[in-house]
Design a protein. Sequence first.
Length: 302
Amino acid sequence: MLTRRAVFSVLAFEGLVFLGMGVVVADVRAHKRLEQKHGVNARGFRGRLTIHKIPHERRVAIVGGTAAYGYAVDWPTSLGPTLQNRLEQGWRKKYRDGDVTGVVNLAELGAGASSYIETLRRYAYLAPEVVIVYDGYSAADARAAREREDSAVFRNISYLPILADVATGRAPWQEPAPSVDPFLKDGASGDPSCDEASAPYCKAMSNTVAWSLSRNLIVVVISPPYVSARHRRQQESLADHLTRQFQSNPHFQYLAVGANADLQSRKFSSDGVHLNAAGYEAVGERVVDAVFDAVHEVTGKP
């Protein structure tokens, strides 16, 4: 016969179990509700949860910060789906019958270039063949807004709880957008080139490329629309820096979006920093052929 204390202990334990299960179910439902808006899926990246590849799929992984994440837009009109849609358009000149390409966006709000390698390590189980490094406007060592790795649950089982943060309004996409690195704003002092003040940033970018190439990944580095004249000078210096280092490697490409999505045009951005849906459409149109070329490197199709 169980004592009264034992009965109470069992009931209390069962209550905690059911409460925990209820929290987990609520958390999963929150992910499902928000991943199509500004949030992330249960594994901590944007869009529908995709882990296992379908037959013949070649996977493209996007790493970056706020510009790649798409702070100002819902998931369906952000960079990942915009690019995915174009890769599935059979009328395009570089489309090849039989190609199946899946795009996953691993970017984090506010993340800097020094975090990109760790992101690729964390999500290696997604098995991408192509990596797009779509950088943003944060300093190289900038930390993401409430990093995924801050969660002990995520570090241990790769599930990112969001219920508490959403309920308190502290989820990254609920907070003000990460600001542009003051160094990139016009009027700041210092030479923004890779030989001078941007040396740590350029090193972080080249390290990401070198790490990816060493794992037999195809790499496409894309400079986002210029947020200032200083940013343009920095990115042009980065292009020269990366080209000199990797131009002999056929698995490396560099591409600048430049004026294809002018941030000063309200057609593409409402605040001069964050692209809207039309802005990501313009970016997708600019980069799709380069991504086709990268996928063809994997498939061996000309």
